[in-house]
Design a protein around this ligand. Structure first.
Ligand code: PLP
Length: 404
């Protein structure tokens, strides 16, 4: 029996059973659906991509997996070399793990131990954002700020080691003034807060954060598990403002296999590089650097680069802006667009009840949550397919008039 995610099993309706998937399409026994969710924002090249399939098949002929404890292999070496040359600044040191949550945990452990290794043991606090989502493991729940996901944490009471602020420069400056000597890091989902409701904010907040982190010697961590690989219309937000630690996940493998990377800059790496064995990073997920995941991730990055994905994403944004221009409804609070992400926030979540089934009937797979109806399609989507997703959203509000 399968226990499904984020679901009350007692009232859950049957999930759609997928029997095949190709390009932007998911196939059930009787319907063909454009995947407007990209399987939780990860399938950027679409399903069953021939080059990605080949990359895995080639590696599979050698071996699927060996551990990284005392062993290494070409696939993981090539991927880390590629990321070193491809990522901005001196974000050169890749620690691999099997999921975004674990990669964030590793980033938080790195930030804490960086200061422990220097004897600054009072720096136990983390600064984070309101409405943040960083994963579902315990420490990531603690630095996240979303009761809808993590209300179970209430059992522990409020954490003394995390402070949450809104994305306002004044609140940021206040927090640094008040807590700077106890902070080890400031962690953010840069520009776009995904699971917290596709909240968008400006780069000036991040620029000020970088200045304050430098001024007070606090590490800046970007959780780009969702925003990385083009989703915000930037390759990485780290291209605009350089963090000390960058976390990648979701689209890293083109959505093929769970894998993630915590990438540190030279300063952080050197905080561990020492004659003292106790200064080592004591972490090692069993499946870190999995050879199938690394080989498909390398091919995914190569495709992104060679096929000019940034221009695909700019086109998605342009079409989305054109189609949503002037679209309003009394039930809608706000329409937000950034890069390859569009979100319609409604005033009352009941306005989205039944949408998934409505979209299914129109050949679109969608998964609204709370008061957010959004699309984050694979970047290979064609214009008419994207218009179909957006038309479905607009038709929903046109079909069901207020109060019905
Ligand atoms: C999805 C997500 C995570 C968690 O990744 P998993 O692979 O689901 O553990 C962490 N941070 C952000 C910003 C995410 O969107």
């Amino acid at each position: 029996m399968i226990w499904y995610p984020y679901q009350q099993m007692k009232t859950m309706k049957d999930p759609y059973k997928i029997v095949d998937a190709q390009g932007v399409y998911l196939y059930t026994q009787d319907q063909k659906l454009i995947d407007s969710v990209s399987s939780w924002w990860s399938v950027i090249h679409g399903y069953k991509h021939p080059d990605l399939n080949h990359a895995i098949e080639d590696q599979l002929k050698k071996f699927a997996h060996v551990m990284l404890g005392g062993l290494t292999h070409e696939a993981v070496q090539k991927l880390s070399d590629k990321l070193k040359s491809w990522l901005p600044g001196d974000l050169d040191y890749c620690f691999f793990s099997d999921s975004g949550s674990v990669a964030v945990e590793v980033a938080l452990k790195m930030a804490l131990q960086y200061y422990m290794n220097r004897g600054e043991t009072q720096r136990t606090m983390v600064l984070a954002l309101e409405r943040a989502y960083h994963g579902d493991t315990f420490k990531t729940m603690e630095i996240g700020d979303d009761e809808d996901y993590h209300f179970v944490l209430k059992a522990y009471g409020k954490s003394k080691n995390v402070v949450h602020i809104p994305t306002e420069i004044e609140a940021l400056e206040d927090a640094f003034l008040k807590y700077h000597d106890r902070l080890n890091c400031f962690i953010v989902e840069p520009l776009l807060q995904g699971a917290g409701g596709m909240q968008m904010y400006g780069v000036s907040f991040l620029e000020r954060a970088r200045e304050l982190c430098d001024e007070y010697g606090v590490l800046l961590v970007f959780d780009e598990v969702a925003t990385g690989f083009g989703r915000t219309g930037n390759r990485f937000v780290a291209d605009l403002v350089l963090p000390d630690i960058l976390v990648l996940g979701k689209a890293l493998t083109g959505g093929y296999i769970g894998h993630a990377a915590t990438v540190a800059n030279r300063k952080v790496y050197e905080g561990f590089y020492d004659d003292d064995p106790s200064h080592a990073l004591m972490h090692g997920p069993t499946f870190m650097g999995n050879a199938l995941a690394c080989s498909v991730a390398l091919k995914s990055v190569e495709l992104f680069e060679e096929q000019d994905y940034m221009s695909k994403i700019r086109r998605i944004e342009a079409v989305t802006r054109r189609e949503m221009e002037g679209f309003t409804d009394p039930r809608i609070k706000e329409v937000r667009i950034m890069g390859g992400c569009v979100c319609i926030e409604v005033n009352d979540p009941s306005a989205l009840k039944g949408y998934q089934q409505f979209a299914y009937g129109r050949g679109v797979f969608s998964r609204p949550f709370l008061s957010y109806l959004y699309a984050m399609a694979p970047y290979i989507i064609k214009e008419d397919e994207l218009v179909q997703i957006l038309d479905t959203m607009k038709e929903w509000f046109a079909t069901y008039r207020c109060g019905e």
